[in-house]
Design a protein around this ligand. Structure first.
Ligand code: ADP
Length: 158
């Protein structure tokens, strides 16, 4: 089975990486989709986020990273995906996720599969990483170590 794991990954966190690892173990190919919404403000540019994703998934044989500025349903269909993976951080599916999953299945036939976060990553989000960066704290245990030099270069701190 081919699956797509979409997100804005601004930046990728250890929570994302855990979902990537665990879902890649369940499918033949996992395509991590950097889906960019031009209306959403981001800290990292799309090429920066793509590089972070490539560095973090390097060596994972059945994982590839792709960029799209289009619709998730089209992205999934164009890549021959049977399923979309979404990570869940709580014990309820947010309305937005529920509506998107039903809408995508309606227009494209692609199913959405939800995977629970590991307990240690439940509170981890890209937003929290950005707050810590701006607050001058350490993001050492929040993002894949390989992207830390990239983030420091951008922030011009070490
Ligand atoms: P989006 O902007 O589409 O919510 P994100 O980049 O924030 O995308 O996240 C991509 C996916 O990863 C989403 O399915 C989100 O729920 C999931 N996710 C984010 N953080 C975690 C985490 N700590 N544990 C599990 N899943 C997560």
């Amino acid at each position: 089975m081919i699956a797509v794991y979409p997100g804005s990954f601004d930046p990728i966190t250890n929570g994302h990486l855990d979902i990537i690892r665990r879902s890649a173990a369940l499918c033949d190919r996992l395509i991590v989709g950097l889906l960019v919404n031009p209306q959403k403000k981001s800290m990292f540019t799309a090429p920066e986020r793509l590089r972070h994703l490539e560095l973090a998934t390097k060596g994972m044989g059945n994982v590839e990273v792709k960029f799209s500025s289009g619709l998730l349903a089209d992205f999934a269909r164009e890549n021959g995906a049977a399923a979309i993976i979404r990570g869940l951080r709580g014990n309820a599916i947010p309305d937005y996720e529920f509506q998107t999953a039903l809408g995508i299945r309606e227009v494209s036939g692609v199913e959405t599969l939800f995977m629970f976060s590991r307990p240690e990553y439940i509170y981890m989000s890209s937003t929290m990483v950005k707050e810590v960066i701006f607050g001058g704290g350490s993001i050492e245990n929040m993002v894949p170590p390989i992207i830390i030099p990239e983030i420091c270069r951008k922030m011009k701190v070490d």
